[in-house]
Design a protein around this ligand. Structure first.
Ligand SMILES: [Fe+2]
Length: 290
């Protein structure tokens, strides 16, 4: 496996592990953008990453940062920092690492699925959606930060069981932020603290163009549920998504929308594909014209 030559993919930041996953003195092997990586945590709890070449030689990764509880690296020369998530500094929120799950598909397929409202009723029937309430209400798609970020705002959806904390059905109001091709964050009305938003985010690590690992976190005001309970709810939901994701073909995300038939509820999906197209990214995308 050789590293991609796509400069847009190389010049970005990616999570390669969750800090607490590696004990001091332990190592982990992984892959990013086709490049084999060795992650080392020394006995002083510091992290070091190495590029592992096919002959076994190792070169230190020049840029590594620890942020939000994760280890981030870049294989290129980004002109921007890791995305800012100011809610990590807010009082009163509890951070949950929701684990990592491997998906044999492109990272972009995972991101697109995450903010696709139309799938709730058919994939998460009885929790995030139901057959009687499948209609997607209008929402708006916006470019922010001079076009670097894509947002879907004003989304609403009737959900039979919107979260592990929910004892009744509710219409949930959400915004979705896509600040990089492989990161998405959901801002969702808190059921515990009215007027505030809970955050659920995905940091996707693309191993190659058709395999990725999804690291997920939540920043919640809900502290009344055990971590086990939260994880069981999330894993039930994500396994339903994963069953759909592994069926989607091609595994690389088509950027030319006509290859799959869009409907009105797909405004954010169409916008994501166009935004990816304009970014010049090649990695993980199917640019085949119809
Ligand atoms: Fe889903």
């Amino acid at each position: 496996m050789t590293v991609t030559s796509d400069p847009v993919a190389l010049n970005d930041w990616y999570v390669v592990t969750f800090e607490d996953e590696i004990a001091p003195g332990a190592t982990q092997t992984t892959r990013l953008l086709g490049q084999d990586i060795l992650v080392v945590r020394d006995l002083e709890r510091e992290f070091h990453c190495f590029l592992v070449e096919e002959d076994g030689s190792k070169t230190p990764v020049p840029q590594l940062k620890r942020r939000y509880g994760f280890v981030w690296i870049t294989l290129g020369a980004p002109t921007h920092d890791i995305i800012d998530i100011p809610q990590f500094k807010e009082e009163g929120r509890t951070f949950f690492h929701r684990g990592r799950i491997g998906v044999p598909s492109s990272g972009q397929r995972v991101i697109e699925n995450f903010f696709d409202l139309a799938h709730f009723s058919f994939v998460h029937t009885g929790t995030l959606g139901g057959y009687e309430s499948a209609e997607v209400q209008r929402y708006s798609v916006q470019l922010r930060e001079e076009g670097r970020e894509l947002w879907a705002v004003g989304c609403s959806f009737y959900q039979p069981k919107p979260s592990v904390a929910a004892s009744t059905s509710a219409t949930i109001y959400t915004d979705y932020r896509i600040p990089s091709p492989f990161i998405t964050i959901l801002y969702k009305d808190s059921l515990i603290k009215p007027g505030q938003k809970d955050l659920i985010g995905l940091f996707v690590q693309p191993h190659d163009e058709e395999h990725c690992t999804v690291q997920s976190f939540a920043l919640l005001f809900d502290t009344g549920n055990s971590i086990t309970h939260l994880l069981h709810f999330y894993h039930e939901i994500f396994m339903q998504d994963r069953a759909i994701l592994i069926q989607q073909m091609p595994k690389k995300l088509p950027v030319h929308a006509r290859r799959e038939i869009p409907t009105i509820s797909d405004a954010s999906s169409v916008a994501y594909r166009r935004w990816l197209d304009r970014s010049g990214l090649e990695f993980g995308l199917d640019r085949t014209a119809e």
